[in-house]
Design a protein around this ligand. Structure first.
Ligand code: FUB
Length: 372
């Protein structure tokens, strides 16, 4: 994620300054559970609301990168918590300078959203430097696990893990990052046999390219100019969910001819925001194409891939980044995503949800986040 200078989408600024102030106030003081009206408050003040497929789920706080899971019959959402930190914008995404996570839950997709307060604060992570980016969560053996990318004190992105007895947190971080982890955007998928895998990685500001030789190289170009695109990564999780069980491997995304995409194919190559779901016995690996702003997907027969590219799940949203999760709830499938409807600013996003449809041939119907 980075290079947020695209003017592809013009900002919608609707009383943004007042709204930003309110958000910051809530963000800094919120520590207990509160219920917020799902969509209505934001939509009521927004004369352009009708142009969007869905309305913001959380009108009183900026949230992004929603990882949704069903725990104990409820939907729990683990998003990034965007703030106006005042950090200048640059191509490394320094202005995404987030400092804590909140967890949200919903009893139903159109019901109220409960904010469970601060689930993890950067100041409580002993090894963290800056920038809490897109998290994910998992459940195993009676415990909940929150996985998060953050730069360490040397400014290198690593992936950490924190544990809780409740899906809402608070989460207690481990003393060190996951050994062998690097880059951003962890997504943990647990297969029907109980084995869990972490998928991760992001190029440009996500630093994946700096590990291309196996060793960290801070001078690496944001991505290769020639040859194959960089592959996202995956690792099997240990039974205790606190580390990798075996080596980190490439996730192969192939075209219809079984070939990896060239680095120059920005419409289809992996950029960031990995997610895996299983449908009808097939494994769906979805991801953001970054500077071309799509959520694309590829399908495989094993959680380790290879995955064959199938198309686009979500067309570009307002804002530079596109980041999603896919979850089944009460027999229907949902796409959680974000845009910048409430702020018009790249780094102050708001999460949304819409239904997702698997077609009879196993492909996914493309979702258009803006009504034409
Ligand atoms: O929220 C910070 C970063 O922006 C995420 O880690 C990326 O996926 C992008 O959404």
């Amino acid at each position: 994620m980075t290079s947020f200078k695209s003017t592809k989408y013009l900002p919608l600024v609707l009383a943004a300054a007042a709204f930003t102030g309110a958000c910051q106030k809530q963000a800094s003081s919120e520590t207990t559970s509160t219920q917020v009206e799902n969509t209505v408050a934001a939509a009521g003040q927004d004369s352009t609301a009708g142009k969007y497929l869905s309305q913001p789920l959380i009108p009183g706080m900026y949230t992004a990168d929603p990882s949704a899971h069903v725990f104990n019959g409820k939907i729990y959402i683990y998003p990034s918590h965007d703030i106006e930190a005042g950090t200048p914008e640059n191509d490394n995404g320094d202005h995404f300078d987030m400092r804590d996570y909140h967890v949200f839950s919903m009893d139903s997709v159109n019901g109220k959203v409960t904010d469970h307060g601060v689930a993890l604060d950067i100041k409580d992570i002993p090894w963290a430097g800056r920038q809490l980016w897109a998290p994910d969560a998992a459940f195993k053996n009676g415990k909940y696990y929150l996985y998060f990318p953050v730069k360490d004190k040397q400014d290198v992105f690593r992936i950490g893990v924190a544990t809780s007895t409740s899906p809402a947190g608070p989460f207690k971080p481990e003393a060190k990052p996951i050994a062998g982890s690097f880059s951003i955007d962890p997504a943990v998928f647990t297969d029907t046999d109980g084995t869990s895998y972490m998928y991760f990685g992001g190029i440009w500001g996500g630093q994946l390219q700096r590990w291309a030789t196996g060793k960290y190289d801070s001078t690496a170009a944001p991505e290769p100019a020639t040859g194959n695109a960089l592959a996202p990564k995956m690792a099997k999780m240990r039974a205790d969910m606190l580390g990798f069980d075996g080596p980190v491997k490439d996730v192969q995304i192939l075209d219809q001819n079984g070939k990896p995409f060239p680095a120059t194919d920005h419409n289809k190559r992996f950029f960031e925001a990995a997610w895996v779901h299983k449908y009808n016995g097939k494994y769906y690996f979805s991801y953001s194409t970054g500077d071309t702003h799509n959520i694309a997907y590829a399908v495989g027969d094993s959680p380790a891939g290879p995955f064959t590219y199938k198309g686009v799940i979500l067309n570009p949203v307002e804002g530079w980044t596109n980041h999603h999760s896919i979850v089944e709830f009460n027999g229907k499938w949902y796409l959680f995503y974000h845009d910048t409807q409430l702020s018009g600013k790249t780094h102050l996003r708001n999460i949304k949800v819409t239904e997702l449809t698997h077609l009879p041939d196993g492909t996914i119907q493309t979702i258009h986040p803006l009504k034409s």
